[in-house]
Design a protein around this ligand. Structure first.
Ligand code: GLU
Length: 428
């Protein structure tokens, strides 16, 4: 079978066009919402430890801010492209709308491989990113956050640079900060926990008990790690995880049929979620090819790594026992695979619903930072559960009543809300 070329921006636009047709959206709203409002491309020179200067390519894309300031993470990735950032910015608009937080959608990126950067070089890159964009982002304009291969320390360097430029304290400029300097309780857990809140609700609809289910997960970064912890706490068993191996430039899956032990695997993992193969083997894990996570005999699949992982080439390998696909990553399922999984009656928890816990908690962090008054962890996680559960039921009720796939139902809710905000403001 010929490999389909993959462009996430084209996919995001095709998804939007279909929903615009379904909603009979007027032409002006379509023209406005199928492209970003603004985008910034810039260079970031960094003085490297060896004395050379390396120039990195940075981006910030602001898709839509009708419902509030733009919101969305910054990815550091060697394969970052402007079209990936555009797609991710668009998905952020729908994500904020589906959980009904008063924010728009943005995304940022830098083409780089943080594995190969020292702490000092990473700090220079973070500060350089802010220097290039500091007039066009801000607490009431566009609020960045962590994403793939960026972390709380990176956010603090960015905040520090922003505050130095603007001459004041603006903790609401960025979210995902360390707890010691303006971060929110629960933020690091939020995306993974949010994924599991939606799985818990889906299992209720399917009349299944979490304790009688097993899961296989792609990725072992922040999202996967916290999803595993909460899923195990509600009784489930994770039997396989996969992770990227930087030394071999390939991925491996790690399987233990009796259930992986989160703490022991964590002790064998680097700062970017890469599991050490030799250590895992010593711990009794079976080492399998990177995509073996997908074909495990489990009820629940959680892709929590990168986009375009489940495709028409591999979707048929999903085990007949799978009943739920919870998209912890953004855009992990290609449109062709989406159709295959829907035909197989797999309950799909679409990315911008399933992984919305991160931005929902970022919204809570922004509120706390702007007030300079912080809530305890139970309060944050309780509010997160309430928001995610309400969003799940709004989507699943619509899906049931209108006989729509879950992804389409989520889109209908989000696009309607954003289009309405644009109309209310008199933009279209
Ligand atoms: N990067 C995360 C996402 O894709 C979180 C964004 C945020 O917290 O603003 O949803």
């Amino acid at each position: 079978m010929a490999m389909k070329s993959y462009n996430p921006y084209e996919i995001a636009q095709a998804q939007f066009d279909r929903i615009a047709d379904l909603l009979k959206l007027d032409q002006a709203a379509r023209d406005l919402l199928r492209v970003p409002t603004r985008e910034y491309h810039f260079t970031i020179p960094v003085h490297m430890d060896d004395g050379s200067v390396q120039v990195f390519q940075g981006f910030r894309v602001q898709h839509n801010d009708a419902r509030g300031p733009g919101k969305g993470g910054i990815r550091f990735h060697p394969l970052e492209t402007i079209d990936t950032v555009r797609a991710l910015a668009m998905w952020m608009t729908w994500k904020c709308a589906v959980v009904d937080v008063p924010l728009g959608g943005s995304k940022g990126g830098v083409v780089c491989d943080p594995h190969n950067l020292s702490a000092r070089e990473t700090e220079q890159l973070c500060r350089g990113w802010v220097r290039q964009i500091s007039r066009d982002v801000g607490p009431h304009l566009d609020v960045p956050a962590p994403d793939i291969m960026t972390n709380p320390q990176n956010m603090l360097w960015m905040l520090d640079e922003y505050e130095a430029i603007h001459g004041g304290k603006y903790p609401g400029f960025i979210t995902g900060k360390p707890l010691s300097v303006g971060g929110s309780q629960g933020r690091k857990e939020a995306t993974g926990y949010g994924v599991v809140f939606t799985i818990r609700e889906a299992l209720k609809e399917l009349n299944r008990e979490p304790r009688n289910t097993t899961a296989s997960i792609q990725g072992f970064g922040n999202v996967a790690q916290h999803a595993i912890q909460l899923y195990e706490r509600i009784g489930g068993t994770v039997v396989c995880v996969s992770s990227w191996n930087q030394a071999d430039q390939t991925a491996y899956s790690f399987r233990k049929a009796s259930g992986i032990r989160y703490e022991e695997l964590l002790a064998a993992t680097d700062a970017f979620g890469g599991i050490d193969v030799a250590k895992a083997r010593d711990l009794g894990y079976e080492i399998l090819p990177g995509d073996a996570w997908l074909e495990q005999d489990v009820e629940i699949l959680i892709p929590a790594a990168l986009e375009n992982q489940i495709t028409q080439e591999n979707a048929a390998r999903i085990h007949p026992r799978a009943i739920v696909l919870a998209e912890g990553a953004n855009g992990p399922t290609s449109p062709e695979a989406d159709t295959i999984l829907s035909e197989r009656n797999i309950f799909i928890l679409p990315d911008f619903l399933a992984n919305a816990g991160g931005v929902t908690c970022s919204y809570f962090e922004q509120v706390q930072s702007n007030m300079n008054y912080y809530w305890d962890k139970d309060e944050v996680l309780g509010k997160l559960d309430t928001k995610m559960t309400a969003a799940f039921h709004a989507v699943s009720d619509l899906a049931r009543n209108q006989k729509l796939p879950m992804r389409d139902a989520a889109y209908v809710i989000s696009v309607s809300r954003v289009a309405q905000a644009c109309r209310d403001r008199g933009w279209v």
